[in-house]
Design a protein around this ligand. Structure first.
Ligand SMILES: Cc1cc2nc3c(=O)[nH]c(=O)nc-3n(C[C@H](O)[C@H](O)[C@H](O)COP(=O)(O)OP(=O)(O)OC[C@H]3O[C@@H](n4cnc5c(N)ncnc54)[C@H](O)[C@@H]3O)c2cc1C
Ligand SMILES: NC(=O)c1ccc[n+]([C@@H]2O[C@H](COP(=O)([O-])OP(=O)(O)OC[C@H]3O[C@@H](n4cnc5c(N)ncnc54)[C@H](O)[C@@H]3O)[C@@H](O)[C@H]2O)c1
Ligand code: SF4
Ligand code: FES
Length: 810
């Protein structure tokens, strides 16, 4: 039977959660197509604050990677917004011209940041804080400029300001009222917050109305209505959001502040739904994830024909995500004639608590300095618990002299109290999962229950709950498993594969009692790697276990096309290669050719179905720019051309690249050879960097030029190229055998210690001999070039590259 077509507009948090909920209920029901305006897979927008504050990387905050879409049979168009909805014909059209029929259409277009329409607001350096691009702009700006001004002293403004301080920028916050976070805090809590943030280095300008942004092309400052002026190299506007409803209203859907929906998330048009910040239910458009996830769950029930009471609205709460500051606010926290409040204000400890009561129920709360009462208060509010017979001291219990409450808050919580408010997960659910599924780490709990998957604020509680359920020692002794499919760590799995000489993925999963039948995108590639490492000659690579880029031997791009990087040994090319690249690019309409940081030519925008012919036409080897493998060896021009050159860097670079190309490694390995310490090939930030000095080569290891910038450590100095190759072989092989899959050399070197690695790799021991032998064996067993192999393998071409028959017309 043909599946119903479900189209989602908006690849953000609410829309994808709705899809996850649908897949949980009925994975086979819909043919799903998703359009996202941003050039990324679904990520955790909330965690942008932690990326900016330097606690996570962009990679860490991806919630569903490209493999997830593929595994669930979802067609994804990123970087391609929907621009037209024809509700009569049930079709949508994207900016890139994709036309797609739908049986059901979900709007999850989120919000746009509100930009104050001030004179000069279009200058360079005036931005919002909403997406990865904004985050990257702030990080980049901080490298060249010093002064940041954040307009808006709400949640977002303060989280942005903390991040900018962490980036070493002088940070001024401009707020329109006389106290901060006026939508969440009362005056005493706000004052305490301001003092704390001032102590952290933020400067505040309260009661200020910004009049204009000054500067030529780039911002130089802001002027206020009272005539005062503040210098600025960067202005971040965080003055609220506006639901993104333009497309919906153009399509004729009923909109007010947002797209109007009923209790089943149905809009005014048949078969069109809305969830997330772009939806308005009972006059409210929410701007926090908990309600949006509840909406997603209701919509999934509705679309999968499961019984549901419908969405009844949500009680919202907020926590500020700034380290060192605990602030919580929920419900109606301001006093009025109908309310009375219980207050605790400890100026010595910097703690303020206020609980607002109306008609014998708790209707709101503000907590500063100690937010441990928040789950209990929230629970009372949700249940509208009658507190008339309750001793008021029980509502805000006092603390012991050492600051600890009488009982650990998690122990005293009832089973139906929520631990994770973002994802609506209660204590009982987590305890059951810990017991039944043998969970032992916070990461396990997050994977199994979603608790902790959004703002992360509940992770300390989850951790307490693990200790309370399993005992402190059991938790402390737990190692980090590869993934949720097993309790075993990378080291243990790799050991068992070696000891028992296991030969294929399924066997490993069976022998080790995997909890899932198929494994997942974390464990399968790791097992495949360890198997290949152990039996390089016998093992047949399981390409179905590889990441999508490795399966396709090209890098998938944000619009679903691929990038192709042919091998150019040592970064050297010739007219023949250039001609082939130019001819092929012309023939296949390749929209962009770009020189990469690794001195190669990247052909960007190749259609999937053209890949085999492009490779055949090029007749060059794959540059492996997509693989956990030896990538490039970058070289400087060296002694033949440069007057400072002391060695033949190009010759050495080519020799190294030819020797180790196609070798699988735990993570990508980048190398460089420079012919003098001026280091034009950037040898200091490579996994293995070689620097020529008078009569010798220096070898540096563990460098990394990416997000976790790390200078390589001087590993050794040798006189001949032959010695150098031996050291590289021993080092690389030790890394291959000892590091965990997906561990870069920079992390491995730090974890294991340089001295230890030196003692294994450089000392003339049996172990070193063995490493070099193992490397030679692995090199002998290397497969032929994958592009050649695929060009000759029609079955594989059909399986991997043939255009799928979708109901999508380009
Ligand atoms: C820095 C920051 C910190 C935050 N912290 C918290 C927090 O601690 N707790 C909390 O609860 N909430 C927090 N939020 C708010 C939370 O992130 C949002 O409420 C949530 O992301 C909204 O989800 P959504 O799917 O409705 O919108 P979004 O996540 O914005 O997703 C909408 C997506 O739709 C895309 N889109 C728009 N139009 C189109 C189109 N025509 N075609 C295709 N795609 C389109 C957009 O590009 C976007 O990717 C924070 C937000 C930010 C920016
Ligand atoms: N920790 C969290 O829960 C968290 C963190 C970040 C963002 N968010 C969400 O993201 C969304 C956006 O956050 P936000 O802080 O921008 O929105 P917001 O509406 O909560 O706050 C905007 C703030 O800007 C101030 N403001 C308005 N105009 C101003 C002006 N001209 N000059 C100076 N100040 C002015 C307002 O008084 C208000 O305090 C919200 O939905 C928020 O809930 C949540
Ligand atoms: S690294 Fe030294 S030898 Fe190589 S190009 Fe630069 S200056 Fe010349
Ligand atoms: S409370 Fe936000 S992730 Fe759990």
């Amino acid at each position: 039977m043909q599946k119903e077509q479900l189209v989602l507009i908006g690849n953000g948090m609410a829309g994808i959660r709705a899809i996850e909920e649908i897949l949980k209920r009925d994975p086979e029901r819909f043919e799903i197509t998703i359009f996202g305006e941003e050039p990324h897979p679904n990520y955790n927008r909330i965690a942008l604050s932690s990326v900016l504050q330097g606690d996570s990387s962009v990679e860490d905050i991806i919630l569903n990677d490209y493999d997830w879409y593929e595994k669930n049979g979802i067609t994804l168009y990123t970087g391609d917004p929907v621009v037209k909805v024809d509700k009569r014909r049930k079709k949508i059209e994207s900016k890139n011209g994709v036309v797609c029929h739908y049986d059901h259409l979900i709007f999850a277009t989120g919000s746009n940041p509100f930009m104050l329409p001030l004179p000069g607001a279009d200058k360079e350096g005036v931005i919002a804080f909403r997406d990865i691009k904004d985050c990257e702009t702030m990080v980049e700006t901080s490298k060249h400029y010093k002064k940041a001004v954040v307009i808006g002293g709400g949640l977002l403004g303060l989280e942005a300001a903390r991040g900018l301080l962490n980036l070493n920028m002088e940070t001024d916050v401009v707020h329109i009222f006389d106290y901060l976070m006026e939508r969440q805090l009362d005056a005493p809590a706000s004052d305490m917050l301001k003092r704390e943030l001032e102590a952290q280095g933020m400067r505040f300008h309260m009661n200020k109305h910004t009049e204009m942004i000054n500067g030529k092309e780039r911002v130089e400052g802001v002027t206020f209505k009272d005539g005062t002026f503040l210098e600025a190299d960067l202005v971040v506007m965080a003055v609220g959001i506006r639901p993104n409803i333009e497309l919906a209203s153009e399509a004729g859907l009923q909109t007010e502040r947002a797209i109007v929906v009923n209790d089943f998330m149905e809009t005014s048009a048949k078969d069109i739904y809305a969830v997330g910040e772009c939806a308005e239910h009972n006059g409210i458009a929410y701007g926090l994830v908990a309600p949006l996830y509840e909406q997603g769950s209701v919509l999934a029930d509705h679309l999968c024909n499961q019984e549901t009471e419908g969405y009844k609205g949500s009680l919202t709460y907020t926590k500020l995500k700034v380290s060192g500051v605990d602030v919580f606010s929920a419900g109606h926290f301001q006093d009025n004639e109908q309310t009375r409040a219980i207050r605790v204000h400890d100026e010595f400890e910097g703690i303020y608590k206020k609980v607002v009561v109306q008609d014998d129920t708790v209707v709101g709360a503000v907590l500063f300095g100690d937010t441990s009462d928040s789950p209990r208060l929230l629970d009372m509010m949700k249940k509208e618990q009658d507190i008339s017979g309750m001793n008021k001291a029980v509502i805000l219990p006092s603390e012991n002299a050492d600051g600890a409450s009488d009982e650990s808050s998690v122990v005293s919580m009832a089973a139906d109290e929520q631990i994770c408010d973002c994802n609506g997960v209660c204590k009982g659910e987590i305890v059951e999962a810990i017991r039944n599924d043998g969970l032992a780490t916070v990461a396990d709990v997050t994977k199994h229950t979603n608790a902790g998957r959004s703002c992360g604020g509940c992770k300390p509680l989850v951790s307490d709950l693990l200790s309370a359920t399993l005992g402190d020692e059991a938790v402390a002794s737990q190692k980090e498993p590869i993934c949720g499919c097993t309790d075993l760590s990378h080291d243990e799995v790799s050991e068992v594969i070696k000891d028992k000489q296991l030969s294929f993925t399924r066997e490993v999963m069976n022998v080790l009692g995997w909890e899932t039948e198929e494994g997942c995108s974390k464990c399968r590639p790791a097992i495949n790697y360890y198997l290949g490492l152990n039996q390089p000659e016998e093992y047949e690579d399981d390409y179905t276990s590889r990441f999508i880029n490795e399966r396709m031997h090209a890098n998938i791009q944000n619009d679903g096309t691929y990038s192709v990087v042919p091998r150019m040994y040592g970064g050297v090319t010739d007219p023949d290669q250039l001609r082939k690249i130019a001819d092929t690019a012309e023939k296949y309409d390749v929209p962009m050719l770009k020189v990469t940081g690794g001195q190669r030519i990247d052909m960007l925008g190749v259609n999937k179905e053209d890949l085999p012919s492009v490779w055949e036409e090029l007749g060059m080897n794959s540059g492996y720019a997509y693989a956990k493998s030896i990538r490039t060896v970058k070289t400087c021009v060296g002694e033949d051309f440069c007057r400072f050159g002391t060695q033949d860097s190009i010759g050495m670079g080519i020799q190294i690249e030819k020797k180790y190309e196609r070798l699988n490694t735990p993570h990508k390995v980048k190398m460089a050879v420079s012919a003098c310490p001026r280091n034009c090939a950037e040898s200091g930030i490579k996994d293995i960097g070689i620097v020529g000095v008078e009569g010798a080569w220096e070898m540096y290891v563990g460098g990394n030029g990416g997000v976790d910038l790390r200078g390589g450590d001087l590993f050794c100095k040798v006189e001949t190229g032959e010695e150098l190759l031996h050291h590289i072989s021993a080092f690389l092989q030790y890394y291959r055998e000892d590091a965990r899959y997906l561990e870069r050399t920079s992390h491995w070197v730090e974890r294991v210690g340089l001295d230890h690695i030196r003692s294994v790799v450089l000392d003339d021991t049996e172990k070193r001999k063995q490493l070099i032998e193992n490397m030679e064996k692995a090199l002998r067993a290397l497969p032929e070039d994958p592009w050649t192999e695929i060009s000759e393998n029609e079955a594989k071409q059909k399986e991997l590259f043939e255009k799928k028959q979708l109901e999508v017309v380009r």
